[in-house]
Write a protein that binds this ligand. Sequence first.
Ligand code: MTE
Ligand code: MOS
Length: 776
Amino acid sequence: MPAVGKDIPNDSSSGHVSGRSVFLNDVPPTRNELLVDFFGSRVAHGRILSIDCSVASNVPGVVALLTAQDIPGRNRFGSIMQDEHLLADSIVNYMGDPIVLIVAESREAIEAARIAIQVDIEELPPILSIDDAITAGSFIGEPQLIHCGNATSALAQSQHRIDGSLSTGGQEHFYFESQTAIAEPGENGRITIHSSTQHPTETQQVAAEILGVPFNHVVVICKRMGGAFGGKETQAAAPAAMAALAAVNTGRTCRISLSKDSDMQYTGKRHPFQSRWSVGFDSQGLITALALDLFADAGCACDVSPAILERALLHADNAYYLPNFRVTGRLCRTNHPSNTAFRGFGGPQGVVNIENIIEEIAIYLEKGALDIRQINCYGVEDRNTTPYGQRCENNTLPLLFSQLRLSSDYDARQEQLAKFNTESPTKVRGLSMTAVKFGISFTTKTLNQANAIVNIYTDGSVLVSSGGTEMGQGINTRLRQIVADELGVNFSDVLIAPTSTEKNNNTSATAASSGTDLNGAAAINACRTLRKRLADFAAPLLADTKNGQTLSPDQLRFENGFVFVPQQPHQKIAFHDLVLQAYKARISLGERGFYATPGINFDRETGKGMPFFYYTCGVAATEVEVDRFTGELKVRRADLLIDAGQCINPGIDRGQLSGGFMQGLGWVTTEELKYSSRGELLSHSPTTYKIPNIGDLPEVFNLGFFENHDECVSLLHSRALGEPPLLLAISVWAAAKHALSFVSKDAARRLSLPATGETLLLAMEHSRSKSATALR
Ligand code: MTE
Ligand code: MOS
């Protein structure tokens, strides 16, 4: 039985639920190990005048206090622009910006040192919002633009036109395992860093540059992460480099693990966005023109913000054909921690705009929003070219819409809730269906490559290593399934090694949902080479030479732990016997496979090309109920339907579908980042920052996988599913907006994201005070 397609549990699941999984900070301290933390800025923007560590250095247990001057290499890093410092040398850019590294024997010593450190800072005016940044002209990089047709003239000629704006909030990753690293100094300037990182290679490079050593001196290892969600794509590097700097300076093993509060306060988040838009459409709701300007709060540094903004622009069309379209984007530099990758990577911030605009058109025309979505949906034969010129191949979106419309009983429920809303004095309900068309690939072409090593041992067991990192998404389980089938051995005979830069070099982050696609394809390439080599060796062994038979190697099959000639039951050899014989005959039983995604090409200058290998598409219909007097929102029912192609692991895919949706539900409803006027994050723990919990699950939650037997170009005809489901939660927000439209058009128009209870209540209150007729 092949392993691919089977519901094999995630190989960490029993460890996670029983508490036996070992995360980095569960590793007991080694002898002489030291703890590392930092003293950070207490203003959001300022100039350092002096640093005095003399009192702190006398605190018992303090071993080292390091400043920018103690950095032997280069105190600048950043994967796109090198505009970040590890330790501030003159300007501090956000509340908490690290200034002094504290290396000590105990937590108590660190806290005492933190109090004793004296840093004099001249406060500078901070920029704390997108509006302030626009006023001050504080931007990062150049404006971005994607367009097709002529939006300006089409807008002028359109039958109807609406203008509007939308603001969407940031989001804390809330991975359960905070940023953590343990650095062990080696001989002759070499160092090993265990890091909770999605990107061991970048962590290696940043640490090497900070230390001023060549990359080959630094090994970064990641066994697993306790969640990452994009937050450890670039931002695991700084803590790892801090531990490394401390280890090199003290010659002792050094560990850093941020507290939950510090992690929430001092690391970057999802980018808040603001948009301004104008849409033109006809009386059916067919969109004839759209102009959209996006502004993102990038925080104080570049990080991967240009790529995030690019993905927002490339997803502004979402599932809808736009003949005349213009989207521009700008990154605002503010005095918040640098914002970073977060599941969806700008995609959600792009998509929510057009889904919002369609709700607005529906309210304006007093038509059903789903009808408007369906008439604007990308076509199968025509009307299927995106504004950047890539065609939607094998487009299943029209089918997804119509299938879910039926299976969710959409039309009957719309009638029921309209009736309910006229009758209920206390509650108001809304139901909306939104879509996702998520482009799979890094939009930076170079990153779409991977290497994987497959080693077969003489007992027939197999060990695979790749640059792919496990963060709960199940890449290790999927890789085991894929390799097991390629070599025709049991799932249990294949294990995955901890990810390490020593084994796999120059890897990309496990991100952009393409971890399994890229690393799985590289592993398959390695397996095919090994299989060819083993088949060449096995063919003469299995041939029935007495009867003059010769066998061609490609006649052999590798299945169920055997290598055999089809239809000849006696002509077979156990895989483990074959590899032992091959070893004795001095045949290599290890291979490194390489993969680069074919066919992709995107020209940033013109905004045209084929950035994505394929799209993962889905739809969701969600019904919510809002309390008219408290604003409390409940999700009554959510029906998701996703085209994941042919699933590699249906159970893990269900986990990604429901988990991604729930994480998105948090972004669109309850998760709200509140700052003081000085730029201090106030909502930095679960008591003040509300992520969804089990009680927030939809009362009825239907997870659907669309049956797609198309031969999708991707890995084994599967489609990546790490990020796309998050965008389906936009249906929750759209449903809330739909509910408010029963209170008043004005209330609906006022809704921003997240739709917290407070936001919903204020939108309703505002319209109630404007008109005495609260109920419609
Ligand atoms: N699922 C879990 N359980 N934990 C995570 O941290 N990260 C998400 C998604 N699913 C994440 C997750 C993000 S942001 C991405 S890009 C993908 O997993 C990365 O893994 P993949 O490419 O192997 O799908
Ligand atoms: Mo995911 S945001 O691409 O790490």
